[in-house]
Ligand binder design. Structure first.
Ligand SMILES: [Fe+2]
Ligand SMILES: [Fe+2]
Length: 329
């Protein structure tokens, strides 16, 4: 089975190259420095004062969600490791010249700016306990991340497509809430990050779309395998040194604020099912046809549970977060 997958993935190397060409050339790409005060500028004190004043507008719950997303982005080493566990697309040497390996490095290099920018923003605002944020990042990278793809490249592409979409939605939502609170700089920061996630989502979705064209049986079974496990969030093993399950607490706040909800997860699944035309796949083998039926019925089953699930999450007790100096939200 893996030789078929290898052949399919080698066959779409041209598309990978085309997507690589769509990424911004590095010398022209945005960098974190473009979005925070320039500390070498003659008027840096005034610039920084203005910047910090605007950040005072952010409410605690939004700060908590922002820290959670920053911590998630900062665990990038785990995501590159995860990609490099995928058969047939991994970067075998660390500087492999093949298109998949070049893609994985270019993607990582773009992603690296997200954690840097959010981290720097948080630091300069003076609104959060940076040490506690850093402790959380170190724990998360130590604890690791297992998306459950078992090294299967189709599983990995499915996971990453859904995950890029989830991060695009959540960054965009944080940006919107920041603008509503009167914090335009954070609004811009979240927009530019969400823009990257959108391009990545588009690339992974088209890679997987091509897999659906060339190997519909394998593709639908990978989609089923991943959705049956429920897509695990990359920062699930987050801990901040307190006795709380900080990931569950952060997810609860994100749910309450509408930054990322169970309904968003259902919509993501529905959208991908539609884009990949899963319901219309024909001439599938027996097991693949069963997988098709299962994945297509999933959104409906989830919708019936969504209200209850969201209510339960929204009722989660409010807890103190070390990230915001122990305040409760
Ligand atoms: Fe990112
Ligand atoms: Fe991403």
């Amino acid at each position: 089975m893996m030789s078929k997958k290898r052949e399919v993935l080698a066959g779409i190397a041209g598309l990978v190259d085309a997507k690589l060409a769509q990424l911004s050339p590095v010398n022209e790409a945005w960098q974190p420095s473009d979005y925070v005060p320039d500390l070498t500028a003659p008027h840096w004190v005034e610039e920084l004062t203005e910047f910090r004043k605007a950040a005072l507008e952010l409410p605690d719950d939004l700060l908590v969600v922002l820290v959670g997303t920053a911590v998630t982005e900062e665990a990038l080493p785990s995501y590159q490791t995860s990609f490099n566990r995928l058969d047939a697309v991994r970067d075998a040497t660390g500087a492999d010249p093949g298109p998949w390996a070049r893609w994985s490095r270019a993607w990582t290099a773009e992603e690296n700016r997200h954690g840097d920018l959010l981290n720097r923003y948080l630091y300069l605002t003076g609104r959060v306990d940076m040490r506690s944020v850093e402790v959380t990042i170190q724990h998360l990278i130590r604890n690791g991340f297992d998306p459950g793809h078992d090294g299967d490249p189709y599983n990995g592409l499915v996971y990453t497509t859904l995950q890029e979409q989830a991060t695009r939605l959540s960054h965009a939502k944080v940006g919107k809430l920041a603008r509503q609170a009167g914090e335009k700089v954070l609004g811009q920061i979240c927009n530019v990050i969400a823009g990257d996630e959108a391009r990545h989502e588009n690339a992974y979705r088209s890679f997987m779309g091509e897999v659906f064209e060339r190997d519909p049986d394998g593709a639908v079974m990978a989609l089923d395998a991943m959705l049956q496990k429920t897509i695990t969030m990359p920062a699930k093993l987050m801990e901040d040194g307190s006795e709380h399950n900080i990931f569950a607490c952060f997810s609860g706040v994100a749910q309450r604020l509408g930054v990322y909800t169970f309904t968003d997860y259902i919509q993501i699944i529905e959208e991908q099912l539609a884009v990949w035309n899963v319901a219309k796949l024909k001439q599938l083998s027996g097991p693949a046809a069963q997988a098709q039926e299962r994945v297509c019925s999933l959104p409906h089953a989830y919708r019936r549970r969504a209200a209850l699930y969201e209510k339960k999450l929204a009722q989660q007790p409010k807890v103190p977060f070390r990230w915001i100096q122990g305040r409760i939200t």
